[in-house]
Write a protein that binds this ligand. Sequence first.
Ligand code: HMG
Length: 407
Amino acid sequence: MKVGVSNLAIYIPPLYLSHDDLADFRSVPRDKFRLGLGNNNMAIVPPWEDTVTMAANAADMALEDGGIEKDDIGLLIVSTETGVDQSKPVASYVQGLLGIGPRTRVYEIKHACYGGTAGIMSAIDWAKSNHHGGKKALVITTDIARYGLNTPGEPTQGAGSVALIVSGQAELIHFSPSLNAFYSEDVLDFWRPNGYSVPIVDGKYSIECYLKALEFCTGDLRRNIAQETGKSLLSYIDYFIYHLPFAKMANKAHHRLISSLDLRVSEKELERIFEESFQKKVVPTLRGAKEVGNIYTGSVYMGLISLMEEAGRDLEGKSVGVFSYGSGCGAEYFPAYIGEGIRKQVKYLNFAEQLKRRRKIDFQEYTGLYSQSKRKETLNPDDALRNKNEFSRHFFLGIKDHKRMYV
Ligand code: HMG
């Protein structure tokens, strides 16, 4: 039995705002966002999309590309920290839109940005059990990262969804759970109390918490790898994927990783090791963070898709170190091994195509959409359906009688 991920797909919204435009209107030097945060553009959600439709769009692609029937799904998990209801899970809305049948275990997971990894690891355990009846799991990460206007978090917004099929006959990604490293602690670095539409953030502290969790996990992962394989972390891992609230976080994280390896070399040599490994093993994973922004639960999986598109079939046989962090906080650092399924997967990766097709909006449209997200009136289905294409098939029409409506 080869339990793992058999295929995956990403959906990103069709609008974006450039960080240069945002910087100009906020009277901030453009280099602060471009170099200080490392970002170029961020995804903006139009009024006819939400957390649910993005999830259903990504899932549609994953099911179709994998040739998977709705009846093949026995477990549907949606991981999100921007759910649309305190009780009804996003997963139930998605089940309805996809037409997945009633003999399915369906639920939502929340643990800030770590929720996506929690969902995948739960699905892996399920696929290894005797309870799946030969069926597959559909795990979807979906989020809209939104901060207050004119706050430090504003340039780190983004939105998107990643859908992954977990099965017992997976050829794309395998895991070795005995190596995985964990860290969790009760901290208030980033949180969104009930009733708040944007999070409360202690930005600098959140970076400290992230780096503390990374350093702790690196120590355990390093030891686990050495015990099981006799290899060093740097020789064992071919690519490093970090949770990326903004692209420059990758520099901070990789610096912390290299300096925590206890390499006993000069400062200059340490900097050379960092630079070499960063260019080769981290840069190919950054496209999503730079062009889409933070997609919370799906951030590391968008990094994986960025890498797949960049490296293509050469990724076969490679091991990828994935560091997943969620505020609050919870973290898991795990190796993922790319198998021969990459040969087929690269034919279906359309991330670059979706990025190319997006429409750039200006600052006025951005602020208009931001306030419109609290709108009361419902959309005409025909107006929403005008936006239909091979990536977008599900549309949010608004709320009537306290009920969310979709087409
Ligand atoms: P800020 O106030 O923009 O910080 O907040 P800053 O003034 O220190 O500037 C940022 C960087 O730009 C600095 O670089 C400056 O030097 C540089 P650094 O020292 O960090 O390397 N800079 C410039 N560079 C070039 N030219 C210039 C220039 N000016 C300044 N002219 C912060 C930044 C990330 C804190 C803010 O955006 C924020 O609060 N973001 C939201 C929270 C966040 O992203 N936290 C990250 C870790 S926690 C996490 O990842 C979890 C999360 O995804 C949520 C979840 O789990 O659900 C967020």
